[in-house]
Design a protein around this ligand. Structure first.
Ligand code: AMP
Length: 414
């Protein structure tokens, strides 16, 4: 039997109904703040991600699904949404619109990662981007909106970690300073940390051996090295979050997987999730549009994983599907009239289903009950018996009277 590729999954109807709730909540919460939906193509020029995500990142180094389109162009299934949205911003001249341009998306993304619970090779993200504003209010607004979405969906056990990465120049200087510090304490560090001092000194903050942790307690942090402008920006973001009652932990070791972040970065985790605990995160990317050959343009945004939100909000209950009318047939010769009645009912705005499996009348009534249909119409030679499934009451009607009768009831029952 052919199966779906490893790390991918089917979205079955139950799950589709839950995802619809995610979509509706996103639309409501982001729409209320003036964010409008955008969808970009599933694949893009590979160069967009090489430049926009960063050559040195894990994503570009080893996680992209890249292919030749047969005409010598290298294309890549999108591994993330920010670079494509910024590409679209430039391509459609959105810098000429009133700024910031506020956009959201709900799309699937592709990364060649080792699959496990909460980590897939095709997964869905909702994301929001505000391009064209350097105001700290934008960062804070986006964080509040993500917190609101997680809360509306009932995502449990969330924590918010917050930091600032300053500018790339500050970051580069700080890296050197940290290397010097680590080299000076090399003999107190775990071996794997020591080996990675030159390549990835920040990893030392994640080590869990006692020696390294003792050294890292006194290590310089990037937050202490921010320049005045970045420190001021960060202080304002924090004050706004404090006012909004959003709780966060400062985490100077928070590094996001993408190269383009500047200033504010954040991540929500959920303790329901186990190893892959990140539900959603984002940050400011003031240099990204320029990297894509645009004019200097600040931007900030986030993305949250749909599967992880649903995993940690196990009780996202989609509204029950309503079946207003089940059209049953007493005899085979009633099928044309039944087909017509179901079609007319749908055109009148009702959810109507037709018997399609050749069940006996008894079987049809049982099936209608399983579907929790409000009414069953039993069509028999131009006559219709309309049965109210809640009260059991049954009336004889002519076919044209059936839909008005249900609509009248619908109004009474709400
Ligand atoms: P990132 O673009 O890496 O910041 O990811 C943003 C969010 O997308 C994460 O917090 C996860 O919820 C989700 N996510 C990232 N990678 C995967 C994946 N491979 N499978 C499922 N969800 C993912």
């Amino acid at each position: 039997m052919i199966q779906a590729p490893r790390g991918t999954f089917d979205i079955l109807p139950e799950s589709a109904a839950q995802r619809k709730v995610v979509e509706q909540q996103t639309e409501k919460i982001l729409g209320a703040a003036g964010y409008r939906r955008i969808e970009t193509p599933t694949f893009e020029a590979t160069e967009l991600f090489a430049r926009g995500v960063g050559e040195a990142t894990d994503i570009v180094q080893k996680e992209m699904y890249t292919f030749d389109d047969g005409g010598g162009r290298s294309l890549t299934l999108r591994p993330e949404g920010t670079a494509p949205v910024c590409r679209a911003y430039l391509e459609h001249g959105m810098h000429k619109l009133a700024q910031p341009v506020k956009l959201w998306y709900l799309s699937s993304f592709f990364r060649a990662e080792a699959p496990q619970r909460g980590r897939y090779r095709q997964f869905w993200q909702v994301g929001a981007e505000a391009i064209g504003s350097a105001a700290p209010e934008t960062d804070a607004e986006l964080i509040v909106l993500l917190a609101d979405l997680l809360q509306a969906l009932g995502v449990k056990g969330t924590r918010l970690r917050l930091s600032s990465l300053g500018t790339p120049a500050t970051r580069a200087e700080y890296r050197e300073e940290l290397k010097v510090y680590l080299r000076a304490h090399a003999d107190e560090l775990a071996e794997d940390v020591r080996k990675r001092i030159e390549l990835n000194p920040l990893r030392a903050f994640d080590a869990d051996d006692r020696g390294t942790r003792a050294v890292m307690r006194d290590a310089p942090t990037l937050l202490d090295r921010l320049d005045d402008h970045d420190a001021e920006h960060f202080a304002r973001v924090r004050a706004l979050l404090d006012d909004a009652g959003i709780r966060y932990e400062l985490d100077p070791t928070l590094v996001r997987g993408l190269d383009y972040y500047t200033r504010t970065v954040w991540e929500f985790t959920s303790e329901e999730l186990g190893a892959q605990s990140g539900v959603g995160g984002g940050g400011r990317y003031d240099g990204l549009i320029e990297l894509l050959d645009g004019p200097p343009t600040p931007g900030v945004g986030w993305a949250a994983g749909v599967e992880r939100m649903l995993l940690s909000a196990r009780d996202v209950v989609p509204p029950a599907e309503l079946v207003d009318l089940y059209v049953a047939t007493a005899k085979p010769d009633g099928t044309r009239a039944a087909f017509e009645l179901a079609r007319d009912a749908r055109r009148a705005g009702l959810q109507a289903q037709l018997e399609l499996a050749g069940r006996s009348l008894k079987g049809q009534l049982k099936h209608a009950d399983r579907l929790r249909a409000r009414f069953v119409a039993i069509v028999d030679n131009g006559h219709v018996a309309l049965k109210d499934m809640a009260s059991g009451e049954q009336r004889e009607l002519t076919a044209p009277d059936v839909i008005p009768a249900i609509l009248r009831e619908g109004r009474i029952g709400g």
